[in-house]
Each structure stands twice: as structure tokens, then as C-alpha cells.
Design a protein around this ligand. Structure first.
Ligand code: URA
Length: 186
């Protein structure tokens, strides 16, 4: 935890112009969840997964037989990536780019090694690619099963926000979560 603490301080200095949202939760957990990057609500409150995607995440946590307080929840990129909406001229969320992902990988890796969970649950493609260090892997090919990569067990799930936009994924997502529950109870 000492190294993680130091590294966070370095990132705070490097990104002094940004509001960073760090991981939170039980550092002795068996389950570490990784999302993509904070959205507007997360940036405002300084906590991961507290907006709309957080509501879906809470449903998933309950379905998996878990409680939020018993997990460690983080994101690959720790600030909110935005672009200006051509319609309104206001900042809207965007997917982090590869430079942002690379810049934040050392912090994510330190979080994973400090917490040393039984399983890292990746939510969507961005964390799956970042944790496996493999840009070719995609969630459609490996969701709902355990991957082993660099000595870390990874359980890839779709991003909870993707089921807001694609309802047909909802059933697959639920099946995957139940498989995770089974794996955790083994
Ligand atoms: N989506 C994410 O990936 N992370 C958050 O913290 C919120 C929404």
C-alpha cells in the first residue's frame, strides 16, 4: 500500500489540472473491479461508479451475491475524458485514447498488485485490454470465463453501461454474473 500511496501522489502532481478519481473500497478484498474512466457524476463526487453506470453496477454486485463495501472498485483512467459536443458545445464523455490508457497503466498495475485479489473483474473492453496488455483481445470473445494472464486471474464482463444502450446484452450479462458468483463460491 505504501508504493500505491506514493504513486498516487505522483499522479496528483502530474495531473494537477485534472480532478482525479482514484479507486476505493476494501484493500483486502478477493474481488477487484475495473471500469474504463469516471463520468461526470464520478468527477463531481470524486468516487468511481456513482452515476448511472454505478446503478447498473450495484445491480450486478447484488446479483453476484456481493456487497459494494467488500469490493475494491477502480478505473483504468483516473480522470474524466471529455470532448465537446458539436450539438451543445458542452463537454461530454468519450472513450479514453491509447495514450491516456498507457499513462495510467502503471497505477492500475500497482493497485492490482497491492490489493492482490483472487480475481480482477474487467468491465468492458478498455480494462480488459489494459489488464491483459493485449490490444487484440475483445470482450465478445471471452466474457463470462476466467482468463489467466501474467499470474492474474481475470473475469471479463461487459461494461454495465453497455446494457443501458444494448438491452439484448442484458441476458448474457446476467448469465456471466451468475458464472462469476459460481466461480467465487468454489
Ligand atoms: N463508467 C466507468 O467505467 N467508470 C466509472 O467510474 C463510471 C462510469
Amino acid at each position: 500500500m505504501e508504493n500505491l500511496h506514493k504513486l498516487k501522489e505522483e499522479y496528483k502532481k502530474k495531473y494537477a489540472d485534472k480532478k482525479l478519481v482514484f479507486g476505493e473500497g476494501d484493500e483486502n478484498t478477493t474481488v477487484l473491479l475495473v471500469g474504463e474512466a469516471p463520468g461526470g457524476e464520478e468527477e463531481k463526487l470524486g468516487r468511481p461508479f456513482v452515476g448511472k453506470a454505478g446503478k447498473n453496477l450495484d445491480e450486478f454486485i447484488t446479483l453476484a451475491g456481493l456487497e459494494r463495501k467488500d469490493l475494491y472498485i477502480t478505473n483504468v483512467v483516473k480522470y474524466r475524458p471529455t470532448k465537446l459536443s458539436p450539438k451543445t458545445g458542452k463537454p461530454v464523455n468519450r472513450t479514453p485514447d491509447s495514450k491516456e490508457i498507457e499513462d495510467f497503466k502503471p497505477l492500475l498495475k500497482e493497485e492490482i498488485s497491492s490489493v492482490n485479489p483472487k480475481v480482477v473483474v474487467t468491465l468492458g473492453n478498455v480494462p480488459l485490454k489494459a489488464v491483459t496488455d493485449n490490444n487484440k483481445i475483445t470482450i465478445g470473445d471471452c466474457h463470462g470465463s476466467v482468463l489467466e494472464c501474467n499470474g492474474i486471474k481475470i473475469f471479463p464482463l461487459y461494461h454495465p453501461a453497455s446494457i443501458i444502450y444494448n438491452r439484448s446484452l442484458a441476458d448474457t450479462y446476467k448469465e456471466d454474473v451468475l458464472k462469476l458468483k459460481e466461480y467465487l463460491n468454489k
